[in-house]
Ligand binder design. Sequence first.
Ligand code: ARG
Length: 456
Amino acid sequence: MWGGRFAAGPASIMREINASIPFDKRLWKQDIAGSKAHVAMLAKQDIVSQADADAISAGLDTIAAEYEANGVPVDLDLEDIHMVTESRLAELIGPAAGRLHTARSRNDQVATDFRLWVRDAIDEVEAGLLGLQRALVARAEENADAVMPGFTHLQSAQPVTLGHHLMAYYEMVRRDRSRFSDARARADECPLGAAALAGTGFPTDRHATAAALGFAKPTDNSLDSVSDRDFALDYLMAATQASLHLSRLAEEFIIWASQPFGFVKLPDAYSTGSSIMPQKRNPDAAELVRGHAGRIMGCMTALCVTMKGLPLAYSKDMQDDKPPVFEAHDLLALSIAAMTGMVETVTFRTDRMRGLAESGFATATDLADWLVREGGIPFREAHHITGRAVAAAEAAAVPMDQLPMATLKEIDARIDERVYAVLTVDASVASRQSHGGTAPAQVRARIADAKRELGS
Ligand code: ARG
């Protein structure tokens, strides 16, 4: 394709290091769409004849059908998807095929293909994340009143509801979706027609190709058009943060499924047994989601480092942009699907959660707050008094709400019978009515907001 001024062919090592077809064949649909939009514009602008454009377009349709049926042939000599397709076009329609590459370069071609691919990838991820949000909201609604221990430092802190806990992940995924849609909006400019780096002398219509490919507009600087990979980095950064959230949820499931916690029974479909210990039920899917997050972050780092310090405009380093994006996308899509499946089907052991919420002195703050409210005691002093009540409960091995009044009076005479109303876990969660708090009424209100937002 480019051998005009070369006397010898490439060394076989060169052929191997140069070729991107083994991975960029994944862009074939976008490549054909880009070429069809380009040749239609060339004909409309009288840059190629309508007859040649029709032959090229029909040939591209034939090639698409071939790829669909048999896959893309991997010929390292032809380097990449652009050349593999163009050379097949030449076989099919003859010399007219050579007119397709008028007024473009592989530099703007690949930037366009890749943007189209990332746009589709974002749509796929967004649909997956929407499904995850729906699953979280459904399970949160079922468990809006289910009391569990809330943790800080993984120590029992204050009782919360399981619905509240699950809705925390809803919020994370909501931000993830907004990052992906921001990324999509920024990617929505078409580099096609920037040509190699400087634009073209042919009377092209870049607005027409941008519109034909569903982009909002053409890019505004030809150098930037062919050297920019922000859209891929935006995708990877959004993917990194989404995978980070998924890995936190996965980690909770792993902890919750452990015997000392026993908060969940993971579904058979997402667990494996041990080949040696028959009692085992391993949370493999969750562990892999946790592990995949590391690989996705690695992909993000890889492309950042590839791009850093590259002078304008295109450099061949940039061919290495695609494997990390493809890898991250596959891992993310799988992680989203696995977490959604787990959220939908996990069994929550709410009796066990409640039992632990009641046993961890988690209502200590409620006693301190009551002393402030009812006794007018400064919070710091109330905290101290409560500390002694916790020590007494611990010594007697009873929950806070079962401490005898005599004991409480001994600790502080200002305590009276009314305190018992705030010491149960249900009273504790019900009292947290601040916006976004864990009170079941608040949780239900946020679930209603979420359902409105999700349109369900
Ligand atoms: N396969 C190349 C890539 O993915 C296409 C662009 C090649 N451009 C060039 N000037 N050699 O980056």
